[in-house]
Design a protein around this ligand. Structure first.
Ligand code: 2RA
Length: 340
């Protein structure tokens, strides 16, 4: 038996990737509707070997549809997600709007699949921010073994996290460096992104941190364990796709680096590439199009009692967004819809 599935925001980076992944993983789709805002209406999108025409999100009737993936901004989500949910269509939302709502589960299926069971309060399930998703996949198996006290993370986030305009800005500015007749001022980003790094993602908060950094703190607590302390510095780098993170972890119990490597090797969703030789680690370019979260550079931090360092890389459009959303749908089918 299959399901009637809607993808809202089907022409964006994440929406298109959702369609690719639904097809790649052969999600049981009986009928597919692809929706877009008025601006992108009429654009064709691919779903497997089919080409689908986008319909208008404003006028779409969600009655009788089973699952709606939302990959639109918070404003459109605010307006249309409750309409879909009330019509009986379970919403899997990629925006930050519902992530911190106690009545909405925030799910990374490798970490807290059981949280999906709480979907019914609002008929909405939230997808975490990209930088959190890959980090918690790495943290959870280590936390189960040695209890994490504190995490210090620095991110190296690709421009695709800021959408297609972010990718275009890196492309245009890079070309402009070699071609003095073309010119591209910062617009999506606050400073030039080509051949530069920018320690600022999302808006500033009162305490001097950014919302992107705050999200890593709040979401890790909600998904893994509220006792874990997280401090983050989020940085935009001139990479098209693939977020990287340098993660320092302090545990309650001692955890040897070899045991940590074995635990991570056995954990779902993780591929360990950790050879301690030239090139024996994964970089963002190599993770593009992959489902896995890659872990490299696992090593003891000898400056504290029970510390480890590691390097974590994943395709932010996949594990950080579209793949995780599809995995949530798969979990919903397994735990709830199939049993009806
Ligand atoms: C970014 N976290 O990389 C965002 C995307 N969700 O900008």
């Amino acid at each position: 038996m299959g399901y009637k599935v809607v993808v809202c925001g089907a022409t964006g980076n994440v929406g298109r990737e959702m369609l690719n992944i639904l097809a790649e993983r052969q999600f049981p789709v009986d009928e597919m509707a692809v929706l877009a805002s008025r601006r992108s209406l009429g654009t064709d999108v691919s779903f497997g070997d089919r080409t689908l025409k986008t319909k208008d999100l404003e006028t779409f009737d969600f009655t009788g549809w089973d699952i709606a993936f939302f990959a639109v901004g918070s404003d459109a989500t605010k307006k249309f997600a409750p309409i879909a949910a009330k019509a009986g269509c379970t919403v899997i939302d990629n925006s930050s709007l519902y992530r911190y709502d106690p009545d909405v589960p925030l799910v990374v299926p490798e970490v807290n699949p059981e949280a999906v069971d709480g979907y019914a309060k609002k008929n909405i399930i939230a997808n975490p921010n990209c930088s959190t998703a890959q980090m918690v996949v790495a943290l959870k198996p280590l936390h189960d073994r040695a209890r994490i006290k504190r995490v210090v993370v620095s991110t190296y986030q690709s421009v695709s996290g800021a959408g297609k305009e972010g990718m275009d800005e890196l492309w245009d500015q890079t070309k402009a460096v070699y071609n003095p007749t073309s010119h591209s001022d910062p617009s999506k980003f606050t400073k030039p992104i080509a051949f530069n790094v920018i320690p600022h993602i999302d808006s500033f908060m009162e305490d001097g941190s950014t919302r992107e950094e705050w999200k890593m703190v709040a979401e890790t607590k909600k998904i893994v364990d509220k006792s874990i302390k997280v401090t983050a510095t989020c940085v935009r780098v001139p990479v098209f796709v693939g977020h990287s993170e340098a993660i320092n972890i302090e545990f309650e119990d001692h955890l040897d680096e070899d045991e940590a490597r074995d635990i991570l090797r056995a954990a779902p969703g993780i591929l360990v590439v950790d050879k301690r030789e030239d090139g024996g680690y994964v970089t963002p370019v190599e993770c593009v199009g992959d489902f896995a979260t890659f872990i490299s550079r696992i090593r003891q931090d000898s400056t504290i009692d029970n510390g480890l360092n590691l390097w974590c890389v994943s395709d932010n459009l996949r594990k950080g967004a579209a793949l995780n959303a599809v995995q949530i749908a798969e979990t919903l089918v397994e735990r709830v819809l199939k049993k009806r």
